[in-house]
Design a protein around this ligand. Structure first.
Ligand code: ATP
Length: 235
């Protein structure tokens, strides 16, 4: 397993959010966390990236316990988070945003090569490389945020609701891109509310409700479950 989450609990102040969360992320796959608003997806991803402290449990990367490791050292180990709401630097150019993604020791030496790969993978960014990131459309900013994450040369790329607020055509594009990233050698952990599209590409998916995992299985398996069909697919 590339990533193992074991019996994880976390929260904000003394408000508990996550309870006994266990998740396995297989190398070379797309692991999805689905669930509605407030289920705890962002909180879980924050714990994995090292932005939030856990109160119980552990996080193993390739068997190594990284639970206490600061966020920047997790990036060095190959974990990159593309946060909810994109969070590109609006007053910096597309190219500058990308270069910042490769600031770590892990990625620095290959920054030129990574940049060339991103320009090839995202032609829209090539056309706009000198444009300020804040002037891009929402979908273009999401592409930039993903490309910036990839500049860190992650083994595990974590995407937090990458299609939130995007037009259907952009949503489609992002969902087409994710398997391509896997084919290029990056393992994906994806949190999404777009359950139908997510289950269609997920090798494994976990349904979260109220801070706990309530159901898991392969994408196609979960697609057939009555509770998913009723509550999340509107069928
Ligand atoms: P969303 O899609 O709305 O972001 P989510 O599944 O990612 O949903 P979280 O953002 O992880 O859910 O929120 C889980 C719970 O934690 C919610 O009850 C939320 O109110 C609470 N929470 C989130 N951030 C904070 C915070 N900074 N301080 C206190 N409580 C928070």
């Amino acid at each position: 397993m590339l990533l193992e989450i074991v019996a994880l609990a976390a929260g904000y102040g003394n408000v508990g959010v996550l309870r006994d969360v266990a998740i396995d992320v297989e190398a070379g796959g797309i692991t999805a966390i689905i669930g509605g608003n407030g289920a705890g997806k962002t909180t879980l991803l924050g714990c994995i990236a090292g932005l939030l402290r856990v109160t119980r449990g552990s996080i193993l990367l390739d068997g190594e316990d990284v639970t206490a490791l600061p966020a920047h050292l997790r990036v060095e180990r190959g974990i990159a988070l593309v946060p909810e709401g994109r969070q590109v630097f609006p007053e910096m150019s597309v190219e500058e945003n990308l270069r910042i993604g490769a600031i770590t020791a892990r990625a620095r030496d290959a920054a030129g090569q990574s940049f060339a790969q991103m320009i090839e993978l995202f032609p829209v960014l090539a056309d706009r490389r000198r444009q300020m990131a804040g002037t891009l459309s929402g979908g273009e900013q999401q592409m930039l945020a993903i490309a910036r994450g990839l500049m860190a040369r992650p083994r595990l790329l974590i995407l937090d609701e990458p299609t939130l607020g995007l037009a259907p055509i952009m949503t489609k594009r992002i969902f087409a891109l994710i398997p391509e990233l896997v084919a290029r050698g990056t393992t994906i952990l994806l949190a999404e509310q777009n359950v139908h599209l997510t289950l269609a590409i997920a090798s494994r998916a976990y349904l979260m409700e109220n801070g706990a995992v309530v159901l898991s299985g392969s994408g196609p398996e979960l697609m057939t479950r009555p509770e998913i069909r009723r509550s999340y697919l509107g069928l």
